[in-house]
Design a protein around this ligand. Structure first.
Ligand code: 2BA
Length: 109
């Protein structure tokens, strides 16, 4: 068995949740926060048989899309404030960041 952990943008989360249900794939949604942008995102925990991983990947890929996001860096502390120009930086936020982990044991009581 495998645990697929997928970090997706909040905008794609409802579509992915719906498509997983349609495909008969069970999942748990966790509210998460990106370490870099500090923006909310959603982490899906999806426990499946090894042979179902490819199907899960297809559903994730077709439900999530990559977007550009503009970030303005925080102003520095101290006395260099007059010379500080906050250039916005564009980052590409992925459709989905996916980890596949081996599951040692699975029990439901
Ligand atoms: P964030 O950490 O908020 O990152 C958002 C986007 O910012 C990233 O998109 C990437 O394009 C950029 N970025 C992140 N760290 C950077 C850095 N140190 N320098 C320059 N640019 C940086 P994605 O790579 O598509 O990641 C989207 C979200 O997936 C991340 O949100 C984070 O929540 C999660 N993630 C990505 N890689 C991860 C990893 N190795 N481990 C755990 N979570 C990860």
């Amino acid at each position: 068995m495998k645990m697929v952990m997928a970090v997706v943008q909040d905008k794609d989360s409802p579509r992915l949740a719906q498509n997983l249900v349609k495909a008969g794939i069970r999942a748990t949604k966790l509210a998460s926060t990106g370490g870099f942008l500090h923006a909310g995102n959603t982490t899906f925990m999806i426990g499946v048989k090894d042979e179902e991983v490819d199907r899960v990947m297809e559903v994730i890929q077709s439900s999530c899309k990559s977007r550009e996001q503009v970030v303005t860096p925080m102003s520095p502390m101290g006395n260099q404030l007059e010379s500080y120009v906050p250039y916005p930086v564009t980052v590409q936020v992925g459709g989905a960041t996916v980890f596949v982990l081996d599951v040692e044991q699975f029990q439901q009581y």
